[in-house]
Design a protein around this ligand. Structure first.
Ligand code: SF4
Ligand code: SF4
Ligand code: SF4
Length: 225
């Protein structure tokens, strides 16, 4: 799945295959994303905007299967991380405490009556539901958290939170539209990373889905349920 950035005009990276931590399957998203970006003919389009064009001018996109972000979505032009919101079902709890122990964010508590999730601390990683032996915790909403504007180098910065989308198509559309915005609204010779620094690409509240805190501390009020 490696790409020649200079030939394609973009780079899409991904995290490890078949990882048990994965909240969403990134393989389909990766394929759809690469196909869409190929259709945009970015090498030719960007060459008309920036001359001479070099490696660092091409969009870098990182896809991670969960909020752990092993493929470093926080420092790329566009970062996409899978999320899964835990759902408390009516199934009888075995009171094993596995979910409480599994939650590294200490977002989950159990008393004799119920399971309580602190949505302001939950990062929707899914660790709790994966260890639940009874199905009392199961997978609720799943999708992708999108960030933009991260970079390394002389003036590094973490990406900004755009919001969450529910499926692969919405993630690909968001990236595609953001790139189109750069192509049509960015100045001649303006780098993508500089364009992304000042533009607001935050998803509107009604485009977001339920969830809590998002992993790198860049929580917006819109993300809270
Ligand atoms: S980002 Fe998550 S799913 Fe991907 S390799 Fe890391 S822990 Fe596994
Ligand atoms: S999904 Fe939320 S409650 Fe469950 S382990 Fe992750 S952070 Fe904790
Ligand atoms: S892991 Fe499941 S069965 Fe065990 S305490 Fe948590 S909700 Fe109950």
């Amino acid at each position: 799945m490696e790409q020649n950035v200079q030939q394609n005009g973009f780079q899409v990276e991904h995290c490890r295959s078949n990882c048990p931590k994965s909240a969403c399957n990134w393989q389909n998203l990766y394929e759809t994303m690469v196909n869409k970006l190929n259709d945009l003919n970015l090498l030719q389009v960007l060459s008309q905007k920036i001359n001479p064009i070099h490696y660092h001018h091409f969009p870098k996109i990182s896809i991670a299967g969960c909020p752990n972000g092993c493929s470093q979505p926080d420092i790329k032009d566009f970062g996409i991380s899978g999320y899964v919101v835990p759902q408390i079902t009516q199934r009888q709890c075995a009171e094993c405490n596995a979910c409480v122990d599994a939650c590294l964010e200490k977002a989950l508590q159990r008393n004799s009556q119920e399971i309580i999730i602190d949505w302001s601390s939950c990062i929707s990683c899914g660790d709790c539901l994966r260890v639940c032996p009874t199905g009392t915790l199961s997978a609720g909403e799943q999708g992708w958290t999108i960030r933009y504007g991260g970079r390394v180098g002389r003036h590094p910065r973490f990406s900004k939170l755009a919001g969450r989308v529910k499926n692969d198509d919405e993630a690909v559309s968001w990236i595609s539209e953001a790139l189109q915005q750069y192509i049509t609204q960015g100045q001649q010779q303006e780098r993508l990373t500089h364009f992304l620094e000042f533009v607001d690409l935050t998803l509107k509240k009604n485009e977001n889905v339920q969830s809590g805190h998002v992993s790198n501390g860049l929580i917006s009020e819109d993300q809270k349920p």
